[in-house]
Design a protein around this ligand. Structure first.
Ligand code: NAD
Length: 337
């Protein structure tokens, strides 16, 4: 018996392994009696002229209305005349910060046991502004856009996150020694925000040094905030520290409190449709969504069941060295619940 009225949330199962791992989330939510009613939306087969993308206007409206959702991976269709699905979502819903927690899973041995960090990636501009052109034959230009508004917004989010999640330190990751204007402005904004949070230690780390420090001793870091491309690369590096892309969740935060959680990985076409995918990353993303909705008890129960299943070691998917299928692993999590 569930006493709470259901909360509507948008679900994009996505492409490739997406529908298989989305089924896993639905099964686990049923087993845990989570009061969520999914509104499912699929990537269209034709370009919607209103979005210039294979994502329909109705699916974007669904997220705007529900203000919360879960997204499986979406393969980027090759060809001209449409926008990337992920970029469409980020731009249309103004998903300005991508939050990726990365922590060692107890019972799953990697080189490190003590990773516990959060990368916060600026999600709307930087090198992903999509402004590329040929100047003359053999010479192309790509514009990296950094604005004060977007930098302040993501820095504010990072410090607020640190404060509200009991974190002690925020590191701004940059290459301002070379990109003095763009990364320089990003750092200036981070410093401004840091002054409002005297209880949080603030530091600046050059990206190349940051990579070296991360692989040598990831425990040196707490919350990291950075421009778009650095965030893309650093968060995959962090995924590698704890066991790979099958394990790492994320959540996109938008204007007005929209939250769209998603696994960090792509559609994994090499294993799609074979019942081999590890659903952990999407499941842990759904846990982030539940925490955003303050459904803390459900979130903790599901997270514990996932961690205990992996730690027990009886049921693990192939990416973690096991031989279980997606459905066997999912059933084991439900049994742990
Ligand atoms: P990928 O993340 O799909 O796959 C990389 C490798 O990791 C593959 O070997 C894959 O089998 C493995 N892998 C990924 N997720 C796994 C899981 N849950 N369980 C077990 N193994 C897993 O990256 P790719 O091959 O470069 O990209 C494939 C497609 O996905 C492309 O079209 C790309 O544009 C898209 N993509 C989408 C997103 C997104 O929707 N956010 C992110 C990255 C890539």
């Amino acid at each position: 018996f569930c006493s709470q009225a259901p909360i509507r949330a948008t679900l994009f199962p996505g492409d490739g392994i997406g529908p298989e791992i989305a089924d896993s989330v639905k099964e686990v939510f049923n087993a845990a009696d989570v009061p969520i009613e999914w509104e499912e939306h699929y990537v269209g087969t034709e370009i919607d002229p209103r979005t210039q993308s294979f994502l329909t206007w109705e699916s974007l409206e669904s997220v705007r209305r529900n203000r919360v959702g879960l997204k499986g991976p979406m393969a980027t269709p090759i060809g001209k005349g449409h926008r990337s699905l992920n970029l469409t979502l980020r731009k249309e819903l103004n998903l300005y910060a991508n939050v990726r927690p990365c922590y060692s899973l107890p019972g799953y041995k990697t080189r490190y046991d003590d990773v516990d960090l959060i990368t916060i990636r600026e999600n709307t501009e930087g090198e992903y502004s999509g402004l590329e052109h040929q100047v003359v034959r053999g010479v192309v230009e790509s514009l990296k856009i950094i604005t004060r508004q977007a930098s302040l917004r993501v820095a504010e989010y990072a410090f607020h996150y640190a404060k509200t999640h009991g974190r002690q330190r925020v590191s701004a990751i940059h290459k301002a020694n070379i990109m003095q204007k763009t990364d320089g402005l990003f750092l200036k904004c981070c410093r401004e925000v840091a002054e409002k949070y005297p209880e949080i230690t603030y530091e600046e780390v050059v990206i190349d040094n940051c990579c070296m420090m991360l692989v040598k001793n990831p425990a040196l870091f707490d919350v990291l905030v950075m421009p778009n491309l650095y965030g893309d690369i650093i968060s995959d590096l962090c995924a590698g520290l704890i066991g790979g892309l099958g394990l790492t969740p994320s959540c996109n935060i938008g204007e007005g409190g929209i939250a769209l959680a998603e696994a960090v990985h792509g559609s994994a076409p090499d294993i799609a449709g074979k019942n081999l995918a590890n659903p952990t990353a999407l499941l842990l993303s759904s846990v982030m969504m539940l925490r955003h909705l303050n459904l803390t008890d459900k979130a903790t129960r599901i997270q514990d069941a996932i961690i205990n299943t992996i730690a027990e070691g009886k049921y693990r998917t192939a990416d973690l060295g096991g031989s279980s299928t997606t459905s066997e692993f999912t059933k084991a999590i439900c049994d742990h619940l």
